[in-house]
Design a protein around this ligand. Structure first.
Ligand code: SF4
Ligand code: SF4
Length: 92
């Protein structure tokens, strides 16, 4: 569908990867089931729900407490935990 490609390129929206201190999100894997929004106790996520982009966005990443409930309920692999090594750095 050429018109979809046209909108995507014109808005310059590509696969979004974002993260909090505890979890990371890959929008290209998101199936827009909204389960993570329902379980997150800190309301970290919001919906991106337009015709060509249906996925969550991390809106309040600083509020994430690392409970892991979103990762547990996401069946698409869009959400995963950030593993930190002993020095405090990230193991991606
Ligand atoms: S639970 Fe996973 S697939 Fe469902 S909206 Fe959240 S990130 Fe997307
Ligand atoms: S780890 Fe917990 S607080 Fe952080 S985004 Fe996921 S459900 Fe929300």
């Amino acid at each position: 569908m050429e018109w979809v490609k046209s909108i995507q390129s014109s808005t310059r929206v590509k696969s979004r990867k974002s993260e909090t201190a505890f979890i990371k999100f890959n929008s290209s894997k998101c199936k827009a089931c909204w389960n993570c929004i329902d379980v997150c106790p800190e309301n970290v996520f919001v919906k991106m729900n337009i015709l060509v982009h249906k996925h969550v966005l991390i809106r309040k990443g600083k509020d994430c407490i690392g409970c892991g409930m979103c990762v547990s309920i996401c069946k698409s692999g869009a959400l995963s935990r950030i593993i930190k090594n002993e020095a405090g750095g990230k193991n991606e």
